[in-house]
Design a protein around this ligand. Structure first.
Ligand code: GUN
Length: 294
């Protein structure tokens, strides 16, 4: 019998988008301009094509302009860098996202570091990483931002909580640590090499699983009543059946002990694009010197 409250990421993401749509409308009527998000896709990776299509649709649904640049897989690094420079210099573009992964002949780091940090809605540019850690207004990565919103949908004030993040990636684990420190949590960053990880996680009031290994976090690692946010999306082959999506947490077992838990799919996943739109609105407001309401 599962006892945990199931955190509905789809519903929370829909609320975030509705809030953004209202603020975009307010921006249009007060200042007569519409934020624009440019998404650049190089090549034909099927998963990336789905993400880009969803981003485009949701961008338009909140009333912002969506500009898509779809380039062939053979595009040279120089041509991609030139496109990014053009977008940097285009005042109608407030946010730029270059979809990853890029083809192997292109240096992703070089491309991401060419994006104007003020338009870097992924929050991957070292300037934004620095701004986030020193507490300046920053564009923060979307997945950790969405995870914090989900945790706060259960408990508005996270102050004093013992938060254990499992995973130390630049995209999730590390920015998550900065965001949770900003929420006054006591933060531990554990990872695949952490000694006696079970007992580390056992001390957590808030568990963020972002290690990228299906069902790595076991049910008996969870402290009774803890909030569990599962960032993992792992495709697991089922013999003779369709592949299933599994999180980084053994959901059935963890749901028996946790106070609240995100499902996979339907938890953190839907929050990522919602937070991308939030970042685009924030970027537009910052570029125009307006109050940040995003
Ligand atoms: N590919 C998969 N997720 C992401 C993301 O959040 N940002 C970018 N740029 N590429 C991705």
């Amino acid at each position: 019998m599962s006892s945990a409250r199931v955190i509905d990421g789809k519903a929370v993401a829909a609320q975030v988008r509705a809030d953004i749509a209202k603020k975009v409308e307010a921006l249009k009527s007060a200042h007569g301009f519409t934020p624009g998000l440019a998404v650049v896709l190089v090549g034909e990776d099927p998963a990336s094509q789905v993400y880009v299509r969803n981003k485009g649709q949701q961008t338009k649904e909140v009333g912002m302009n969506s500009i898509e640049h779809k380039l062939p897989a053979e595009t040279s690094e120089a041509d991609l860098l030139a496109l990014v420079e053009n977008l940097n210099n285009d005042d109608s573009i407030n946010g730029i996202l270059v979809q990853l992964p890029l083809p192997k002949h292109i240096n992703s780091e070089k491309v991401l570091n060419t994006i104007n940090p003020d338009k870097d809605v992924d929050g991957f540019h070292p300037t934004n990483v620095g701004r986030l850690w020193v507490g300046e207004p920053a564009l923060a990565p979307c997945t950790p931002t969405g995870s914090v919103i989900l945790a706060k949908s259960v408990q508005e004030n996270l102050t004093g909580m013992n938060a254990v993040i499992i995973g130390r990636s630049n995209i999730v684990g590390k920015p998550m640590a900065a965001l949770l420190l900003r929420e006054n949590c006591t933060v531990t960053v554990a990872h695949s090499r952490t000694k006696d990880i079970a007992s580390v996680v056992k001390g957590a009031d808030l568990v963020i699983a972002a290690v990228g290994i299906a069902e790595f976090v076991k049910g008996d690692w969870i402290k009774p009543g803890a909030i569990v946010i599962d960032v993992g999306i792992n495709r697991v082959e089922v013999p003779g059946g369709k592949a299933k999506l599994k999180g980084d947490v053994d959901y059935a077992a963890a749901a028996e002990v946790a106070g609240a838990i995100t499902p996979v799919p339907g938890g953190v996943g839907p929050m990522t694009i919602a937070c991308l739109l939030k970042n685009t609105l924030q970027a537009a407001q910052m570029q125009r010197g307006l109050e940040i309401t995003a």
